[in-house]
Write a protein that binds this ligand. Structure first.
Ligand SMILES: C[S@@+](CC[C@H](N)C(=O)[O-])C[C@H]1O[C@@H](n2cnc3c(N)ncnc32)[C@H](O)[C@@H]1O
Length: 257
């Protein structure tokens, strides 16, 4: 890969995660301020946190993070990543899954649960969300990131895979069949209902990756100022209802009742 393409890909990768990271940072800051203890770390659980990219970022803000994940390989990578980031004392990995979350954390044992890219792959999303609610203190926060159904249809159609687009539109899980690597996707209504039923209120919703997945990295590299402009545009449309509907992912921040 040429250096220009690599740098375009780096821009795309940073833009893809920016909306979620900024919202999560603001939430963690607001919770700290509300607790009246500016220096006190929050207890954060990253369910299905994988290799810990986000866990290490959160720990770098001064919080205590527990990653619960069923993959021993992911947890081994988490350990090295935490060491590289100098946050070994603030990040811990536990082998487990949504069904054993209560054992790992304890009832009302944390302030924030992160659940990103996980509801798509668990056996029972409703049970995973109930488990998250049980380990949170009342008023605690949940950050959920999921793949959005409508985006799968749009993405396949724009790529010229029209049969797959029609299959994803018709499928109750929003997938295009056995070659689709994602087992399940969600609509906004469906996710909000699941959250309410699990004990969460007032979700703050954002659409993530509205345009970035449809642009080539080369555009970002050759057009002066394009990466900064795209980042700003993604931030602006994230809460715009017309554009939220076609975002690749939905990010919801919800409060435990
Ligand atoms: C797509 S990755 C997402 C990783 C990370 N949260 C992120 O956003 O980059 C899905 C993760 O969910 C984990 N996972 C799979 N089944 C799970 C379950 N039943 N409960 C919790 N985590 C699970 C996988 O091991 C993997 O680390």
């Amino acid at each position: 890969m040429l250096e220009g393409q690599r740098s375009g890909e780096r821009h795309r990768s940073a833009i893809r995660s920016a909306v979620v990271w900024e919202a999560l940072q603001a939430l963690l800051h607001a919770r700290r301020v509300a607790a009246g203890s500016a220096g006190e770390p929050l207890r954060v659980v990253d369910l299905g946190g994988g290799t810990g990219g986000l866990a290490v970022q959160v720990a770098s803000l001064g919080h205590q993070v527990l990653v619960v994940d069923p993959s021993p390989d992911a947890l081994a990578s988490l350990e090295s990543r935490a060491a590289e980031g100098g946050v070994t004392a603030s990040v811990r990995g536990v082998l487990g899954d949504a069904s054993t979350l209560g054992d790992a954390v304890g009832e009302q044992g944390c302030d924030v649960v992160i659940c990103h890219g996980v509801l798509e792959v668990v056996d029972a999303p409703a049970e995973a969300l109930r488990a998250a609610a049980a380990v949170l203190v009342p008023g605690g926060s949940l950050s959920v990131l999921v793949a959005q159904r409508s985006a799968a249809v749009l993405g396949r159609a724009l790529a010229g895979h029209l049969g797959d687009a029609r299959a994803a539109l018709a499928d109750p899980d929003g997938t295009w069949g056995s070659t689709d690597p994602t087992p399940r996707r969600f609509s906004r209504d469906q996710l909000e209902t699941l959250l309410f039923d699990a004990g969460f209120d007032r979700p703050d919703v954002r659409g993530v990756r509205v345009f970035v997945d449809h642009l080539s990295g080369a555009v970002l590299d050759t057009e002066p100022g394009a990466a900064a402009a795209l980042r700003a545009l993604e931030a602006e449309v994230a809460t715009h209802p017309d554009f939220m509907a076609i975002a690749t992912q939905l990010h919801l921040l919800a409060t435990r009742r």
